[in-house]
Design a protein around this ligand. Structure first.
Ligand code: 4AD
Ligand code: MG
Length: 504
């Protein structure tokens, strides 16, 4: 029996098993919070029901000890989950040593070192449940639309996304690379199946510590024969809408646990603006407004507001700190003020971080050079002006991958598209229409200094019934991070692999 199935079991006796998430006791009673992975449930163990030996065993339970419990299900709206178990029997499975993760605040490094235990906390549990729903939704969307799932190889003999971030391994004495993307193989499979998608791990040896980069991440890469860039954008939009609406419908509890403001996610029903690179650059540089908002002046105004608020917060902290020093102040009032102070200090920290970031964003927006790829700051500057994801397409061909189709209307551009998530999150999807001209591809491969021999098989696709086609790649962790509004991508995957971390 699992906690999530308690509905309808009122008045029945059930057996549950799990871990002690919390415990308190009073005379003759022990209250245990049981966590079983599907939910939480309060269990009451009474001395006069279970007898002294069992009662003492329950009383000795430490945080995260495992146990099984038998008891009657009682409906109780006040309780988490809406039920309570009145125990008739309890068996301890294993007493836990002192659990390293306590209720108090821990630093991120400590939590990451204890990731194997941290995953049990309610917030991490909720994030992983949302991740799971997103994965399921992705498969549902593509399977229902007739796409065939394909598994691309992990060992590859060629680079797909540039040679600067390849993990090299020893493949029977020859170099092989961990796949950066399944796309090239996806293109081959699309010529066999029509519409395919890959869903697998991909690797980038990026020696950068940002809140967006992992060394190992999961990518979903659909590839569609006979699609152009515009059909590709339609598909991306429907796909992202579907994923978000599934999460909103099925993960209400989880979103509440992590404190996600869902009003932003509810906007995703609106159309996603499609901007050319040229328009996006004008917006970033403040040469073009969005709904009456200007990137530069709105950042300047926000900075002023933040600096003013920091002063207010500092003053209030000082006042309250003075207040709790007054003699004869009641304990309750001291506690109340102290809690306020702690909250204000947290706010001050957040505001100060923003006040350091904004000048950097302003700087990169003002100095953006036409023709460059967008950096993290540029993406933040533009997405802050929108409440839904935006699609930026037609990029200068020099800054994008070799396989993107040159725009037939203007050969300076390639038909690539990036989807940038709102709230400052930035790129979650990269994709585009593929070059079909074999000679142009050969030129690009040479220009990118890639070994032609490793791409002959790929070029074959242009010789044997070549068709227009397009596709895209969604970074699973990027979308989980945005949907959950996490401060860093590391919390979006069970065991993150990133620069400087291989354990646990
Ligand atoms: O933009 P990228 O590099 O595009 C490709 O790999 C194409 N082959 C996709 C395609 O058209 N089939 O990566 C696609 C997405 C990014 O938008 C981002 O969401 C994610 O993969 N991504 C990363 N996520 C976490 N850590 C990293 N280091 C990432 N690099 C890319
Ligand atoms: Mg990209």
């Amino acid at each position: 029996m699992y906690i999530r199935d308690l509905n309808g079991c009122e008045g029945k006796e059930v057996m549950l098993q799990g871990w002690a998430a919390n415990k308190r006791d009073s005379k003759g009673l022990v209250f245990l919070y049981l966590r079983d992975g599907t939910g939480m449930c309060q269990c009451v163990v009474a001395l006069d029901v279970v007898g002294e030996e069992k009662f003492n065993a329950a009383k000795k339970l430490t945080l995260e000890s495992s146990f099984s419990i038998t008891g009657n299900v009682v409906k109780d709206e006040k309780q988490i989950g809406g039920f309570e178990i009145q125990a008739t029997d309890i068996n301890v499975i294993s007493y836990a040593e002192e659990f390293p993760i306590a209720k108090k605040e821990h630093g991120v490094d400590f939590l990451m070192d204890h990731r194997h235990l941290w995953l049990r906390s309610q917030r991490q549990w909720a994030i992983m449940k949302i991740r799971n729903r997103i994965i399921f939704s992705i498969h549902q969307f593509f399977q229902e639309d007739g796409f065939v799932e394909m598994d691309a190889p992990i060992f590859t003999g060629n680079a797909c996304e540039g040679t600067s971030n390849l993990f090299e391994t020893d493949y029977y004495g020859d170099p092989a690379y961990l796949s950066q993307s399944g796309q090239l193989y996806g293109e081959a499979m699309a010529m066999a199946m029509g519409k395919i998608y890959t869903f697998g791990p991909t690797f980038r040896a990026e020696k950068s510590k940002t809140r967006r980069h992992l060394s190992e991440f999961w990518m979903i890469e659909p590839e569609m024969a006979f699609f152009d860039i515009f059909q590709n954008m339609d598909l991306i939009e429907n796909f992202l809408r579907r994923v978000v609406s599934d999460v909103l419908r099925d993960c209400k509890n989880e979103l509440e646990i992590i404190g996600r403001d869902i009003s932003v996610l509810e906007q995703i029903v609106k159309p996603f603006p499609r901007l050319t690179y040229d328009e996006a650059v004008r917006i970033i540089k403040g040469e073009q407004d969005v709904n009456g908002q200007n990137s530069i002046t709105s950042l300047e105004d926000e900075l002023k507001t933040i600096l003013a608020r920091i002063e207010e917060v500092k003053n209030e902290i000082a006042e309250r700190e003075e207040k709790i020093k007054t003699p004869n102040m009641k304990k309750g009032e001291i506690g109340f003020n102290q809690a306020k102070i702690d909250k204000l200090k947290q706010e001050q920290n957040d505001l100060e971080e923003q006040s350091r970031n904004i000048p950097q964003w302003l700087n990169s927006a003002r100095n953006f050079e036409y023709g460059n790829d967008f950096g993290g700051s540029d993406e933040t500057v533009i997405t802050r002006l929108f409440d839904v994801p935006i699609m930026v397409y037609n990029w200068p061909h020099e800054v994008k991958a070799f396989y993107l189709k040159r725009d037939p209307e203007n050969s300076r551009f390639a038909r690539g598209v990036d989807v940038l998530a709102p709230e400052g999150y930035g790129e979650i999807v990269g994709g585009g229409e593929r070059e079909t001209d074999e000679n142009l591809l050969r030129e690009k491969i040479t220009e990118h200094q890639l070994p032609m021999a490793a791409f002959e098989w790929y070029l074959d696709l242009r010789k044997f019934g070549s068709v227009p086609h397009a596709g895209f790649g969604l970074g699973l962790e990027r979308i989980v991070t945005w949907i959950c509004k996490l401060p860093h991508v590391r919390e979006s995957i069970p065991f993150p692999r990133m620069y400087g971390r291989l354990l646990p």
